[in-house]
Design a protein around this ligand. Structure first.
Ligand code: PEP
Ligand code: MG
Length: 323
């Protein structure tokens, strides 16, 4: 079976009825890029830049960040690289002294884009490094933990200012780069129809979207089955995000753990997802799983998923989709 999977290494990702799907890789460190290429990813769908900031006391300089981002972009050989701005705080531990020492509710605290906007100088350093990397291949800049329209406007303003400064300094940057937001807070999914014209793409982060939708800590085992990617409310928010993106003709990817778990592949296809982003080690299994799916019949049954009120009804809908 492992050998059958290996045959899919350089294969296109298509459903049984011929629909093309794109599979991107999540990356957290340089080695992931090698694996993404080896397993035939269509690009990097999520590059978690936190690793540059963890386990050290002083912050990485613009040049150090630029080198890391440029190497990623070059390593992808012309395929798009999605660079996520810093997402420190909450479950993402920090030793650089940026995050607050004590917050009563860190998951609801100063994390992600909130932290970056609190330190505009630090944020500008990262954005400049990313923009400089754009001279070496296609990049997409992705903002985590967006919960308000103002945050998108603030980041966009800073980004445009950084680009203008680099150009006036005579530093090479691409004419075009894409700007996107993560949808991982219910407020962002709900507001997306009114925000999408500010964005070039969106990425659904289900790891956090589940936690914030059902108010259940993503790392707390005591909550048992409450933290459930198949909670009907989560599926409705995923669907809303996909539909909003489709209407505006903007790409929507999903980069939470769900995307790399073959138990969810058919369900995500039924909801209309076309771009998956996952740990590189799961790319082949998901490609295989997609090849076994008939998209036309899955899409017809998606209404069952959206009518479900309980996890049990979701399971029934999923069973009906397998038939
Ligand atoms: C997510 O929340 O689903 C996500 C991809 O981001 P992270 O796991 O890094 O919080
Ligand atoms: Mg997240």
């Amino acid at each position: 079976e492992a050998r059958a999977l290996l045959r899919l290494k350089n294969a296109a990702t298509v459903t049984r009825d011929g629909a093309e799907i794109r599979l991107f890789a999540n990356a957290e460190m340089p080695a992931d890029v090698t694996n993404a290429r080896a397993w035939g990813a269509d690009g990097i769908g999520l590059y978690r830049t936190e690793f540059l900031f963890l386990q050290r006391k002083e912050l990485p300089s613009e040049d150090e960040q630029f080198t890391a981002y440029r190497d990623l972009v070059l390593g992808m050989g012309g395929l798009p690289s999605t660079l996520r701005t810093l997402d420190l705080g909450a479950d993402k531990a920090d030793s650089s002294g940026l995050t607050l020492d004590y917050e009563p509710n860190p998951a609801l605290g100063l994390r992600g884009v909130r932290l970056s906007l609190r330190y505009p100088q630090l944020f500008a350093t990262q954005l400049r490094a990313m923009l400089r990397a754009s001279a070496y291949g296609p990049i997409r800049i992705l903002v985590p933990m967006v919960s308000a329209f103002e945050e998108i406007v603030a980041v966009r303003t800073l980004l445009d200012r950084c680009a203008a400064e680099l150009r006036s300094e005579g530093v090479a940057i691409a004419d075009h780069f894409e700007f996107g937001a993560m949808i991982e807070v219910p407020a962002a999914a709900i507001m997306l129809p009114l925000m999408i014209n500010q964005l070039d793409f969106v990425a659904i982060g289900t790891n956090d979207l589940v936690q914030y939708t059902v108010a259940a800590d993503r790392g707390n085992d005591a909550l048992g089955t409450l933290y459930d990617p198949l909670h009907p409310a989560v599926l409705r928010l995923i669907r809303l995000t996909i539909v909003t993106g489709k209407r505006a003709r903007k790409p929507v990817s999903l980069c939470g753990e769900m995307a790399g778990d073959t138990r969810y592949t058919a369900l995500l296809l039924a909801l209309g997802l076309t771009d998956f982003s996952m740990h590189p080690g799961t790319l082949l299994e998901v490609r295989q799983s997609i090849a076994e799916c008939d998209l036309t019949s899955l899409r017809k049954k998606s209404v069952l998923l959206l009518r479900a009120r309980t996890r049990a009804e979701i399971d029934t809908a999923l069973a009906a989709m397998q038939e």
